[in-house]
Write a new protein. Structure first.
Length: 229
């Protein structure tokens, strides 16, 4: 073997092995991050309703347009601990940023849906609610304007059927809406009853819904219907 060949072999040995090890480590740890992000994303999807609810509770925008996130990191920490998520490749700031970006995007999407649904009259509201459900994989149809027996929309997906009462009101709706939805469920022989209201519910309506298993939705949460069933 000549000196040139020996020198080339030494160069490969000295520089090639460390480079190979470096690349391997980068791929390993990069893959670890990807795996942890995928696992975290699944957890976020699984627990998105309480995460969104807690976001709306602790994150607020003041009268000057500044959004305050002071209490949000504590909620994310509680979510990570309670869900049992284990991470070694992602550090805490990366976990916080990942969860924040995902939930912020979901909240923004829900606000856009709310604005779209609530533009128009009550009949437009019913029609748009049915269209939205179709977009999310439901078979949905509006009922006749009269004689609907409490169901403005009948929707089915994956063997689950729901009678939905729609309320485009400027104030929280009361017991009557819950009673109408329950009537629609019984009359149409479906598995679930739900109300979707633009401005929430009275305390009495919430209590009655809890007793009768009627699902209470807002315009922004309608797209999440299957998660309530």
């Amino acid at each position: 073997m000549g000196n040139d060949e020996l020198s080339l072999g030494m160069i490969i040995l000295v520089f090639g092995v460390p480079i190979f090890l470096f690349v391997s480590l980068m791929l390993y740890f990069g893959g670890g991050k990807n795996r942890e992000e995928t696992a975290l994303n699944k957890l976020i999807d699984k627990h998105e309703l309480p995460l969104i609810s807690n976001w709306n509770r602790v994150v607020h925008t003041d009268e000057y347009g500044t959004t305050h996130y002071d209490k949000w990191p504590e909620e994310v920490s509680r979510f990570i601990v309670s869900s049992g998520f284990q991470h070694s490749s992602l550090n805490k700031p990366e976990v916080l940023n990942f969860v924040t970006e995902k939930i912020a995007a979901k909240v923004a999407s829900m606000k856009r849906i709310k604005n779209y649904l609530e533009t128009g009259d009550p009949y437009d509201f019913e029609r748009k609610c049915a269209e939205l459900l179709k977009k999310y994989g439901w078979e949905a149809m509006t009922t006749k304007k009269s004689g609907d027996q409490g169901a403005d929309i009948l929707a089915t997906k994956d063997g689950k059927s729901v009678a939905i009462q729609c309320k485009l009101h400027s104030k929280p709706v009361g017991n009557k809406a819950v009673q109408e939805a329950l009537s629609g469920k019984l009359f149409n022989s479906v598995g679930y009853a739900a109300v979707v209201a633009s401005n929430g519910y009275t305390h009495a309506a919430k209590k009655l819904a809890q007793k009768t298993d009627v699902i209470l939705l807002t315009s922004s949460s309608l797209s999440k219907l299957e998660k309530y069933i």
